[in-house]
Design a protein around this ligand. Structure first.
Ligand SMILES: Cc1cc2nc3c(=O)[nH]c(=O)nc-3n(C[C@H](O)[C@H](O)[C@H](O)COP(=O)(O)OP(=O)(O)OC[C@H]3O[C@@H](n4cnc5c(N)ncnc54)[C@H](O)[C@@H]3O)c2cc1C
Length: 558
């Protein structure tokens, strides 16, 4: 009798970004494939995400006349992620393969009927480096009507954009008080929403749209997709991975894999023990990842000899958590909290210590590094009434009255002078006064001499791209003054098992663990220790899933 209860050509653990992409490739090659998801919802953190993919040299850029090429993107990746010997996930060979295969993966998705487009403006996060792109290299899915999923509708993990608006529209809308085009967008979205209501459609955007479209295509093509199917064990025989142990009807269920097992089971952001081991000082409850991000498959692969690397890395995301929002799946947006004009970030001695306009990963790294010198977790966002009038705060709209509970519970501090504000947050008043004075001096001269905030297209985009004057540098000068705490939250971890250019999992001696592939944040990122641009997690997750399936199916590779 077979040692397995069931056989497939390919088994995918987890329903993350690359899972259904791999499944579709397998089906295109006539292979059977099953996706095993441990939670009761499909889509992982990818469904909860912006769904943005960083795909250099893609067809949408070409169509829009935005210059890019393999060489340009390669120069950029080398400048941002290269030149290190402690990032085995980001070897020159893997970076090369990514740049070749990501645009191919995109073509494959389009061929499978997945509707995608480019975001017109989302600068690379280091656009000032050689090869950087100021317009950006990001691709997203078109909004999706989840009713098209029929009975599967309720099995798709919800995202943060359950409406008939695109990600870029959502980012513009809070500026409606000051910009006619933002008002126009609001009007269009309202009309669209009304139209959807009248025609019985339930549109979602961002990552949920991407994963909804992937789920729809996968079901259509015969990918077997199962929820509440945790994988607890990889089955090894003769030095190769031959299958997995999952659960069926409350009992262990052994599934064999003729061509291989792909692990796409996310990272370990929800596992405090692993965080304490690899990322001390960070907290699972600050993470916005989906609940299944608990790292056991990384441990299981390591148990079978997989090398692990870059485990100290997370995609940090500056986070401020107003009272009552502690348990929200996605915390209020804070990416531009201190990058917008009239705001800065200071440590708890009142000193500004980094460019508040940088990538969220670099920003949170900066907080954790600073904390080794001076208390900086949490840090304080300091801003004035101009900021409150023009920009969002803790999920509330610009200018809106802030909840009394924020003051009562000591979350939002308010004072008539900078000195009084300093007093309220237990900072030496002279220190905070000096910091604000110095920053205001930089604003007056139009140049941040300390941290060069505003010298990249990305900084300005993140601050206030609509502003004719202060795109990111604006004086903190109009009372009352305010402060809220900011912590280094995250949108995922960024280290895991080491894989090669075919997405095969490697041992520490560089040999391949036969039959085992991995993608997404279960792996050490191809981007190394940097975040080159929006979509540097989801883009690689899809791409390495595609690469793994091509290799396992014998369908050619770069
Ligand atoms: C709010 C938010 C916005 C973001 N925006 C972006 C963005 O726009 N672009 C970008 O690149 N990144 C973004 N990120 C980060 C990105 O979403 C994640 O890093 C990425 O989606 C991880 O994808 P993955 O495929 O590796 O895993 P996931 O998409 O998390 O999928 C892993 C799945 O595996 C399942 N699983 C885990 N263990 C097991 C097991 N033992 N057995 C079976 N199943 C298992 C999990 O339950 C989960 O469903 C964002 C994250 C958040 C939270």
């Amino acid at each position: 009798m077979s040692q397995f209860d069931e056989m497939f050509d390919f088994v995918v653990v987890g329903s993350g970004g690359g899972s259904m992409c791999a499944g579709l490739l397998m089906r295109q090659n006539g292979k059977s494939v099953v996706v095993l998801e441990k939670t009761d919802l499909i889509g992982g953190s990818t469904s909860r995400s912006g769904g943005v993919m960083w795909i250099p040299n893609n067809r949408f850029m070409e169509a829009d006349g935005v210059a890019d090429s393999y060489e340009k993107a390669s120069t950029y990746l080398e400048a941002v992620s290269g030149g290190r010997d402690d990032t085995p996930g980001s070897t020159p060979e893997r970076r090369h393969t990514y740049l070749i295969e990501a645009p191919r993966m995109l073509e494959f998705l389009i061929g499978q009927g997945i509707k995608l487009r480019r975001v017109k403006s989302w600068p690379d996060y280091y656009d000032d480096r050689p090869g950087g792109s100021a317009p950006g290299r990001t691709v997203v899915a078109l909004n999706f009507d989840v009713n098209e999923l029929g009975d599967w509708k309720d099995k798709l993990r919800p995202g943060f954009l359950p409406m008939a608006a695109s990600l870029d529209e959502m980012m513009q809308m809070p500026r409606f008080r000051r910009a006619w085009d933002a008002r126009g967008i609001m009007f269009k979205v309202a009309l669209r929403t009304l139209g959807a209501m009248l025609t019985g459609k339930a549109y979602v955007g961002a990552g949920q749209a991407l994963q909804g479209r992937m789920l729809q295509a996968s079901l259509r093509e015969g990918v077997d997709i199962r929820t509440q199917a945790p994988v607890n064990e990889l089955i090894e025989a003769d030095g190769a991975i031959k299958g997995v142990v999952t659960m069926k009807d409350g009992k262990p269920w052994r599934i064999g894999a003729r061509l291989g097992v792909l692990v796409n089971a996310g990272g370990f952001a929800r596992n405090q023990q692993m965080r304490d081991q690899y990322q001390p000082g960070t907290r699972a409850e600050w993470s916005m990842t989906a609940p299944g991000d608990t790292g056991e498959m990384i441990q299981e692969m390591a148990r079978h000899g997989a090398a692990i690397a870059q485990m100290e890395e997370m995609v940090g995301y500056q986070t401020t958590i107003p009272p009552g929002k502690e348990d929200d799946a996605v915390k209020p947006p804070a990416q531009s909290l201190t990058a917008a004009p009239h705001a800065i970030l200071v440590d708890r001695t009142g000193v500004r210590y980094q460019n508040e306009g940088g990538s969220y990963m670099a920003y949170c790294k900066g907080m954790l590094e600073r904390d080794k010198i001076a208390p900086a977790v949490p840090s304080w966002a300091i801003f004035d009434s101009q900021y409150v009038r023009d920009y969002m705060l803790g999920g509330t709209m610009p200018g809106a009255q802030k909840p009394q509970e924020w003051f009562d519970k000591g979350y939002l501090k308010k004072a008539e002078t900078i000195e009084a504000l300093a007093h309220a947050i237990s900072i030496e008043p002279a220190a905070l006064h000096a910091t604000v004075e110095r920053f205001n001096g930089f604003v007056a001269q139009g140049r941040d001499e300390d941290f060069h905030r505003g010298e990249r297209a990305y900084d300005k985009w993140l601050g206030d791209p609509l502003s004719k004057t202060a795109k990111t540098l604006g004086a903190i000068s109009e009372s009352p003054f305010y402060a809220v705490p900011v912590v280094p939250g995250d949108v995922g971890t960024y280290g895991g098992v080491v894989t090669d250019a075919h997405a095969r999992v490697l041992r520490a001696d560089g040999s391949v663990i036969s039959g085992l592939y991995a993608t997404g944040v279960s792996t050490a990122s191809v981007m190394g220790r940097a975040y080159p641009g929006a979509g540097s997690s989801v883009g690689p997750a899809f791409t390495w899933g595609y690469v793994a399936a091509k290799h396992a199916a014998g369908a050619g590779n770069a």
